[in-house]
Design a protein around this ligand. Structure first.
Ligand code: FE2
Length: 677
């Protein structure tokens, strides 16, 4: 009688808890039948706990063989059962993948890359299959079961009415085991206290008094610096640098070309061009006038910190592109409604009038940046993309394989942010000007202003009229990165979707976008977000936006937080005096009284330091250490993607060499695959 021998190779990865001492049973299921491993893999002498790690990859390999009197045909899936042995302690087991070599000479891969707990799990063979390609009755049954389970495990929750919904989980530890990964290190480090210790600021965290001198601020700042934060410290008073930050700082999202002055910003030629050399009309026509309008912050209720009312301006800033391509601020109005007690500040005003006006703008920018462009438009949306994927798309689907690496840690970090940053006693709530009720107002208004086009950098740059803005590295690098991601997504998805009809008929894909439309964009057609996909091109653009948002855009608004915010005067998270109502009332002393108090400052510094770090096991954009795709075509596409990213990395590095302040936040080598911190 012929014996069919299957070699089963179990591979764990280089992380803690990659061993289990529990019993493991495996069933191989193919088109021709099924067989079980007769005893627990634990009894096998090749079982992982007793093996040495591969020094290069850190992985461990366990091998066993299973025999059958008949061929199993084409392998479809594996049923894996971890069974707790009462004589041993329970353990968690992180399994990377299983490989099976059949007697016919075929190799089957079963990607896992998640924690295995004490219940049966079904692992599908790695070939990516859309619903319509998955025809075997056992596969179909497993597909349906998987999605039903996922809908149980990943439920939507409403943290706050009027903003994107989130995953239902009271804490990161309540999240389903399969998305928990190896998260402990980040979690332990993600507290304000840790940041304060790192920055050696322990003695200052309770100091409710004001700064008494710029030198004192500098002495405290010196404890933790970056090359860029040092340049910021040197340049923060400089007008050209103030303008530069709207293009290449941590928030390049506010600036737009100005073709008509807003009615509530009555700037005149005499004010801004006293020599008569230019007129606003001419310069606007030439595309040389730019505007930043913080109207979204108008009337927002501000925080009370250490029993003191805080202040947040809703400024309008006008900027002029000079003949040597600098962007100079030429007028600042700190409140939206023009009035006698709301002067338009000018560079020709006294040093401290003008500097104070710029400080109010920088503080407004911090609050707008953190809530609208960082929290809402990257973190919260990334969570919606991820939860919808986990609920609606099975692991064997090509979209799941493509996007799951771009969701890594997102649910955990957002869950932590809800616990530690924006909760009732969170750092942001306690120490930012807009913490508390103001934050809710800003988030809801920001949600109302959300559009699909503003999330797609080519459309966004066009809408803001920024094609000719000078030295705009966010735009230059961002457009190139978008194109690279777009090409990758297009070539990969076109392999699976041969025509538009296949997109329209893919019910799992359609459910994914329906849930995003409902839970991320709250059913608002005005956002321009699709609620279905009709064409391959539409799908490709949307998926490009998802990957760009979770990787590059998050890096833009996140990585430079300490670079630009570590030196507090450049980015005060709150201000203690109201905007001046007339000119000639400011001095260095009033500026120091306006700055946040010492405790607020050091909490802000430590949080920005924590949030601008990479996760402890950073994975750069386009790197996929988990082999979800095993077929030749997607693997080739991934390789081409990585080559394109290398070119971009090289070009950005070369460009940065000739810049006083390098722009690194979209360098693929420093962009993380997902919103992970
Ligand atoms: Fe972040």
């Amino acid at each position: 009688m012929k014996i069919y021998k299957y070699e089963v190779i179990v591979i764990t990865e280089n992380i803690n808890h990659d061993n289990t001492f529990n019993n493991i049973y495996i069933r191989l299921i193919g088109t021709g039948g099924q067989i079980d491993t007769h005893s627990s893999l634990r009894n096998n002498k090749e079982w992982a706990p007793f093996n040495k790690k591969n020094k290069k990859t850190g992985s461990k390999v366990s091998i066993c063989s299973v025999t059958s009197s008949t061929s199993l045909g084409k392998l479809l899936m594996i049923e894996l059962h971890k069974q707790h042995d009462p004589s041993l302690s329970e353990d968690s087991w992180f399994l990377a993948r299983v490989q099976v070599n059949s007697p016919e000479g075929d190799t089957y891969n079963f990607p896992v890359y998640h924690w295995i707990d004490d219940r049966k799990v079904y692992l599908r063979e790695a070939t990516a299959l859309k619903d319509s390609d998955d025809t075997h009755h056992l596969s179909r049954k497993s597909r349906e079961k998987e999605l039903n389970q996922r809908k149980e495990h990943y439920r939507w929750d409403v943290y706050l009415e009027g903003i994107p919904h989130c995953v239902k989980a009271h804490s990161p530890l309540c999240l389903p085991s399969e998305v928990r990964f190896s998260f402990t290190t980040i979690q332990m480090g993600f507290t304000g206290a840790t940041g304060i210790t790192w920055l050696k600021l322990e003695g200052l965290s309770d100091r409710k008094d004001n700064w008494t001198s710029m030198n004192y601020i500098y002495q405290v700042y010196r404890s933790r610096r970056t090359d860029i934060s040092d340049r910021v410290q040197q340049l923060w008073r400089n007008d050209a640098f103030f303008g530069y930050q709207f293009l290449n700082g941590v928030n390049p999202m506010m600036i737009q070309r100005c073709t008509v002055l807003p009615e509530n910003f009555p700037v005149t030629d005499d004010m801004v061009f006293p020599t008569g050399r230019w007129t606003l009309e001419d310069e606007m026509q030439k595309g040389n006038i730019f505007l930043c309008d913080y109207k979204l912050l108008d009337g927002v209720k501000t925080n009370i910190i250490h029993d003191k009312k805080q202040y947040l301006a809703a400024p309008l800033v006008l900027l002029h592109r000079t003949s040597d391509d600098e962007l100079m601020p030429i007028a600042i109005q700190l409140k939206q409604k023009p009035a006698e007690d709301n002067p338009i500040f000018l560079p020709t005003d006294s040093e401290y009038d003008w500097l104070t006006a710029k400080i109010f703008v920088r503080s407004a920018d911090f609050n707008m940046h953190q809530l609208n462009f960082h929290l809402l438009r990257t973190h919260l949306l990334a969570e919606v993309f991820a939860v919808s994927l986990l609920r609606n798309v099975p692991k064997v689907h090509p979209l799941y394989k493509l996007l799951i690496p771009h969701t890594r840690y997102t649910l955990q970090i957002n869950s932590l942010a809800r616990q530690l940053l924006i909760s009732h006693d969170g750092v942001f709530t306690k120490f930012a000007a807009s913490g508390g009720e103001g934050m809710i107002t800003i988030l809801r208004r920001a949600q109302s202003s959300l559009t699909y086009s503003s999330l797609c950098i080519p459309d966004d740059i066009a809408e803001r009229g920024l094609h000719s803005a000078p030295n705009f590295y966010y735009r230059d690098d961002g457009l190139r990165l978008w194109d690279i991601i777009h090409r990758f997504v297009q070539e990969l998805l076109q392999h699976y979707y041969k025509n538009d009809a296949e997109v329209q008929e893919d019910s799992e894909l359609q459910s994914w976008i329906v849930h995003i439309f409902e839970h991320g964009f709250l059913l608002q057609d005005s956002t321009g977000i699709p609620n279905s996909f009709c064409t391959v091109a539409e799908l490709v653009k949307f998926v490009t936006m998802v990957i760009f948002t979770c990787s590059g855009q998050h890096s833009v608004v996140s990585s430079g937080q300490y670079d630009y915010g570590g030196w507090m005067p450049n980015t005060p998270i709150s201000l203690q005096r109201p905007p001046p109502t007339k000119k000639g009332t400011t001095s260095e002393a009033t500026m120091l009284q306006t700055f946040p108090d010492i405790s607020t400052t050091v909490h802000g510094m430590s949080t920005m330091w924590l949030l601008s770090r990479h996760s402890t096991d950073f994975v750069p954009l386009g790197h996929y250490p988990e082999d979800h795709f095993t077929e030749e075509v997607p693997r080739k596409r991934i390789h081409a993607f990585q080559e394109d990213l290398k070119h971009l990395n090289k070009d950005i590095k070369a460009r940065n060499k000739r810049l006083d302040i390098p722009y690194t936040y979209l360098d693929p080598a420093v962009v993380e695959n997902s919103v992970a911190l």
